[in-house]
Design a protein around this ligand. Structure first.
Ligand code: GLN
Length: 277
C-alpha cells in the first residue's frame, strides 16, 4: 500500500512538468510568476473553500484567505485552478516552485506524507471526512458517526490524491486501488474531479462519496444537488496553506502572521460567516 501514494506522486510530477512546459512558465521569473504576483494553486469545486460562481470566477474561503496573504505581501493575486477529469487536486503539489505556483490554498490537510515534499502554514480550519449520499439513500450510521464496518459492501467513490483516499486505503483492507486506472475496481471508484464524483453519485454509479465533510455539506446545500450528508468519519484533519519545501521564497512568516491576525481580529469569523451561511 505504501507505494500507492508514491506512484501517484510520481505521476503527478510528470503531469505538472508537462503543464508547466506547455504553459511556458519557465520563461518567467525564478518564482515562475511575475515578480509582483502571488500565484496560488487551487482545485475547484471544493465548496465553500473554492468553487466557480455564476460569472465563472473562482471564489471561496480559501481565495479570500489567499487574497489576504497577497495583500500582506504587497503582491497581486493570480489563482491557478487545476480542475477537470485529468488534472486535479493530486497535481497541485508538483506545481509548486518550478511548476509556477508560489502557494497552494485548496483545503489541503496537513499530514506527514505531504510534509516530506512541502511546508505547511499553521492550521486554519478543522475537518473530518463526510459521507455524501443521494437524498433518498437508506445508508446511515449510528449518531451519524461512521466506522469502516458501515462501509463494507458499499460502493464508494473518492477523489484521487486526497485524505479520503488515504482513509479508504488504511481502513478498508481488501479494497484494491490502482492509481493507473481511473475506475479501479467494482467496489471503489477513484476520480480526479469532484464534479464527476457528484455526477456519478447522482447517476447511481456509487452508493456513497467520501470527501471532506465541509465540502460534502457544501454540495448538499446546492439546490440542484439532491444529496445529503449521511454521516462523518472522525479523522481530525487540519487545513494549511502550502509552500515549497524549505520555503525558499520566505512566505511562511507572513502567511502565519496573516492567519494569526485574522483569528485575533475577528475577521476570520466574518469570513466563516460569509462562506458557511
Ligand atoms: N482535505 C483533503 C486533502 O487534503 C481534500 C482536499 C480537497 O479535495 N480539496 O486531501
Amino acid at each position: 500500500m505504501k507505494s500507492v501514494p508514491q506512484t501517484l506522486f510520481v505521476i503527478s510530477v510528470i503531469i505538472a512538468v508537462v503543464i508547466a512546459f506547455s504553459a511556458g512558465f519557465y520563461t518567467k521569473s525564478s518564482l515562475g510568476s511575475p515578480e509582483d504576483t502571488l500565484v496560488v494553486g487551487t482545485s475547484t469545486p471544493f465548496p465553500p473553500f473554492e468553487f466557480k460562481n455564476e460569472a465563472g470566477e473562482v471564489v471561496g474561503f480559501d481565495i479570500d484567505l489567499a487574497r489576504e496573504v497577497a495583500n500582506a505581501l504587497g503582491l497581486d493575486l493570480e489563482i491557478r485552478d487545476l480542475s477537470g477529469p485529468v488534472i486535479g487536486f493530486d497535481a497541485l503539489i508538483p506545481t509548486l516552485g518550478s511548476g509556477g505556483v508560489d502557494m497552494i490554498a485548496a483545503g489541503m490537510s496537513i499530514n506527514s506524507e505531504r510534509t516530506e515534499y512541502v511546508d505547511f502554514s499553521i492550521p486554519y480550519y478543522d475537518a473530518n471526512q463526510g459521507i455524501l449520499v443521494r437524498r433518498d439513500s437508506l445508508f446511515s450510521c449510528p449518531s451519524s458517526v461512521c466506522e469502516a464496518e458501515h462501509l463494507e459492501g458499499v460502493k464508494i467513490i473518492i477523489q484521487i490524491g486526497t485524505t479520503s483516499q488515504s482513509w479508504v486505503e488504511s481502513n478498508l483492507p481488501g479494497i484494491i486501488t490502482d492509481p493507473n486506472r481511473r475506475l479501479a475496481t467494482d467496489e471503489i471508484i477513484q476520480v480526479s474531479d469532484l464534479d464527476l464524483i457528484i455526477k456519478l453519485l447522482l447517476e447511481g454509479e456509487a452508493d456513497v462519496a467520501i470527501l471532506d465533510e465541509p465540502a460534502a455539506e457544501g454540495f448538499a446545500k446546492q439546490d440542484i444537488a439532491n444529496l445529503r450528508v449521511a454521516g462523518r468519519l472522525i479523522t481530525d484533519e487540519q487545513y494549511g496553506l502550502v509552500v515549497q519545501k524549505g520555503d525558499p521564497q520566505n512566505l511562511l512568516p507572513t502567511i502565519n502572521e496573516v492567519i494569526t491576525e485574522l483569528m485575533r481580529s475577528g475577521r476570520y469569523d466574518e469570513l466563516i460567516a460569509k462562506w458557511f451561511q
